[in-house]
Design a protein around this ligand. Structure first.
Ligand code: ATP
Ligand code: LTN
Length: 329
């Protein structure tokens, strides 16, 4: 069975973008692949984090993973900081990553372009840590939203570079980006990504939003003045975004939704999408509450840690040997 791995940072509250672009894919693939899903808490501290908020977000994330449909019997769910090999291999790969490669990363360049100050060295080098997350487990596939594809491509380059210098060590992974929903956009500015760190309540639907309030956000989402229901992301990005959200949550294809709404108005369509989102969140939150009350998260993480550690330990031992760290046999 081929392996698949991915992770999400426990920064801020999870959004519908995280669900549609990432978690939904993990759930779909869990039967087909040997799946590893982790909480990237070491990535969370690349920006200033409040420890008690980090704790709360981490607990929410594990419960939400399960509530969204990840089955701990099938998937290895674990906390990144529980497996110290991530930091170890992260450093070894940082020493094989060129400054120029990191400087070319779009996410980093965007932050610099925005004039953000106090960027940490950790934020700059985080793609090397992300490469370690993936290469430790010999992952064949990495499902991500489109914004993360470039980091998986850097991971491929690092794996190939290392294999070339030291002999076959790492599996070269392939990014998997959903055909529909790889980038969900802000409801108030559909040219921007729906982001959990944006802190703009109207533009983002959080998975733990009050379902009725989320419905209202859909109703007041920015559209356009064209007035025709069709899928045209370039000229009608707001409408295209709503159609994408609807299709991903309901399973109905965009073409089918568009043809049902031929000749009708945006208001009517928004109502249907609002209902879909409200129902989706209501059901999800009921499962989330059950999971939190059951107290299973601690056990799930303990089991995941054990499985992940065993694999990561072997990989780091192999890498140390290749690098000349192991002195005696
Ligand atoms: P931030 O907003 O702080 O940059 P994020 O919402 O991108 O964070 P991550 O932990 O970086 O959250 O992302 C987890 C996964 O969710 C990644 O695979 C990412 O590509 C995906 N993702 C995040 N936002 C969206 C979105 N708006 N549309 C599609 N996928 C998304
Ligand atoms: N960098 C990613 C989260 C992440 C990840 C990973 C995703 C960290 N390590 C390994 C896939 C595989 C992010 O910021 N969204």
């Amino acid at each position: 069975m081929k392996r698949m791995l991915s992770g999400i940072k426990p920064t801020g509250k999870l959004t519908l973008g995280n669900y549609i672009g990432a978690i939904r894919q993990f759930v779909t693939y869990q039967d087909e692949y040997e799946m590893f899903v982790f909480i990237a808490n070491m990535h969370a501290i690349t920006v200033p984090e409040n420890p008690s908020e980090l704790k709360k977000n981490t607990k929410d994330l594990i419960a939400l993973y399960i509530a969204c449909g990840l089955d701990p019997e099938k998937v290895t769910l674990f906390l990144q900081s529980d497996v110290h090999e991530h930091a170890e291999l992260g450093w070894m790969l940082t020493c094989h990553t060129y400054m120029g490669e990191l400087q070319r990363m779009t996410q980093y360049k965007d932050k610099v372009a925005k004039g953000e100050t106090s960027l940490t060295a950790g934020l700059f080098t985080y793609p090397s840590l992300m490469a370690a997350d993936i290469l430790l487990y010999d992952a064949d596939y990495v499902p991500v939203g489109v914004d993360q594809k470039q980091h998986v491509e850097l991971t491929r380059d690092l794996a190939e570079r290392f294999n070339h210098r030291y002999g076959e060590t790492f599996v070269v992974p392939t990014p998997v980006v959903a055909k529909v929903g790889a980038k969900v956009y802000s409801l108030s500015d559909p040219t921007k990504k729906m982001s959990k760190s944006e802190n703009d309540d109207k533009s983002t639907i959080y998975l733990l939003d009050d379902p009725k309030a989320a419905r209202k956000k859909i109703m007041s989402a920015v559209t356009d003045s064209v007035g025709i229901i069709q899928y045209d992301p370039e000229n009608q990005p707001g409408l295209a975004n709503l159609l994408t959200i609807h299709s991903c949550l309901s399973g109905e294809s965009i073409e089918s939704i568009v043809s049902r709404y031929e000749g009708k108005g945006y208001g009517e369509l928004k109502k249907e999408i609002g209902d879909t989102v409200e129902k989706f969140l209501t059901d999800l939150q009921a499962r989330y509450k059950e999971i939190v009350a059951s107290g299973i998260c601690e056990k799930v993480l303990a089991d995941g840690k054990e499985k992940a550690q065993a694999i990561a330990f072997k990989k780091v031992r192999k890498v140390k040997k290749k690098l000349g760290f192991q002195l005696f046999n």
